[in-house]
Design a binder for this molecule. Structure first.
Ligand SMILES: [Zn+2]
Length: 199
């Protein structure tokens, strides 16, 4: 299957049932607030992250922690509708060379080529569902810079921002509602018969 990058305006939203509830779980890194909203809307989650993508993000953030810097990447997947509700599914993540320090991260100018090469390796048609980055040791929140990034590069209502703190082992996701940062409920979709709490 050919791969291509599609913007939301080109991307065709498909009708498809969401992951079955028995394959969707909370995450051990969810903060109390994240776990709370997960439980509140678990039957109608707006965002699912496949376990393999979650594992890549978590390992990326842990590797960054050992090197004392933040990491970031793109959330790749699709947007779907089912019985009148919309949801997004993250199937993979992509990253590249980063300019990173303990409190700062961005894609390196020279890294974009590598990023697009790694996107070319994907074997599904995907869209960018949002981005993730880490906050080692400082907890999960959206800084002013993060909000500017979200509004500048991920400005569709379907775009999410996922923040991981690999030191405190916390995870939260956000989206923008009328200029305000709001938590976004998500569930981990383990479709490979794997226990998301192992490893
Ligand atoms: Zn941040």
């Amino acid at each position: 299957m050919p791969t291509k990058i599609t913007s939301w305006s080109e991307y065709q939203v498909r009708e498809r049932p969401p992951p079955p509830p028995e394959r969707v779980s909370s995450h051990r890194w969810f903060t109390e607030d994240m776990d709370h909203i997960y439980r509140e809307v678990r039957d109608e989650l707006p965002l699912y992250v496949q376990r393999t993508a979650e594992e890549k993000m978590r390992n990326h953030s842990l590797a960054g922690m050992r090197a004392s810097h933040e990491v970031m990447g793109l959330l790749l997947g699709g947007r779907f509708t089912w019985q009148g509700r919309e949801y997004a599914l993250v199937r993979d993540v992509a990253t590249t060379e980063l300019e990173a320090s303990e409190y700062h991260v961005r894609f390196h100018e020279d890294g974009m080529e590598g990023l697009f090469e790694s996107l070319d390796d994907l074997d599904f048609v995907y869209s960018i569902v949002g981005w993730y980055h880490s906050h080692p040791g400082i907890g999960c929140f959206m800084s002013d810079t993060d909000v500017r990034t979200q509004e500048g590069s991920f400005n569709s209502p379907h775009h999410s921002a996922l923040v991981l703190d690999p030191v405190r082992r916390e995870m939260e996701a956000y989206h923008m509602v009328e200029g305000n940062v709001v938590l976004r409920a998500l569930g981990i979709y383990w479709d490979l018969h794997q226990d998301p709490y192992r490893g």
